[in-house]
Ligand binder design. Structure first.
Ligand code: FPP
Length: 226
């Protein structure tokens, strides 16, 4: 969800206005995902690297997150949306951590859509934390498999992402779902996140449906020889 700051700066507004508008888009895109029957939506809200931003901006984002969690809980229950945080909880304040745990617990049984909110998240950090769990459990070397590691990721039990959309024109992954994105499709749009509407989301899904995913195999399982 990139481009909140630029969206605001282009309008001569404080960056916080971009983040506020960004939260509105979160609600809109979540609704659209529900309507499309998408089962998992992962939102990259705050990276581990984002902790290096000015204290004042971090505080704006954390306050917006708090308001979002409090205000949207009813909607999560009404729409049967399960909320799950992925990321490193150690750096979050106890207050935000407790609130996240409360929303996770309350929405645990909801099954229409799972929203993964990546907060204080880094893909490399997630892999390191998973490897540490393997070692702590004295896992025998031959039992270290892709499946076993996947079960120790924050996304355990969720499918790998089919499509990763990055807004704002940047064409990089920025430490997002490094393990899980091995065979994901990517879509980069120059639209800034606060301008990313339901219509553009639907267009992105349509584009995705035209992709030819082979997962390293040849088309239709046929052997093509020249
Ligand atoms: C990227 O834009 C956006 C962020 C680092 C924060 C995103 C946060 C929200 C949308 C609000 C909180 C999230 C939820 C789920 C309620 P940027 O600031 O990097 O923009 P720039 O690259 O133009 O400076």
């Amino acid at each position: 969800m990139d481009g909140n700051g630029r969206w605001a700066e282009l309008r001569g507004l404080p960056r916080s206005e971009g983040h506020k508008r960004g939260v509105e888009r979160v609600s809109e895109i979540t609704r659209a995902a529900c309507g499309l029957g998408i089962k998992t939506l992962s939102l990259y809200a705050f990276s581990l690297e984002n902790w290096n931003r000015p204290e004042s901006e971090i505080s704006v984002i954390m306050n917006l997150l708090e308001t979002f969690l409090i205000n949207d809980l009813d909607n999560f229950m009404k729409e049967s949306i399960r909320f799950r945080m992925i990321g490193n909880r150690d750096k979050l304040s106890a207050h935000i951590r407790d609130l996240i745990e409360h929303v996770e617990k309350t929405t645990e049984a909801n099954a229409r859509l799972v929203v993964h909110c990546a907060l204080s998240y880094g893909g490399r950090d997630e892999i390191i934390r998973a490897v540490r769990k393997l070692l702590q459990a004295d896992t025998p070397i031959e039992e270290i498999t892709e499946e076993r590691l996947a079960c120790l990721m924050d996304t355990a039990g969720a499918p790998d992402p089919d499509l990763i959309i990055r807004t704002s024109g940047e064409q990089r992954l920025s430490n997002f779902l490094l393990w899980q994105s091995a065979y994901s499709e990517f879509l980069f749009t120059s639209t800034l996140w606060p301008d990313f509407t339901r219509e553009e989301f639907l267009e992105a899904i349509y584009q995705y449906q035209m992709r030819d995913r082979r997962f390293g195999k040849v088309k239709d399982g046929k052997i093509q020889c020249s």
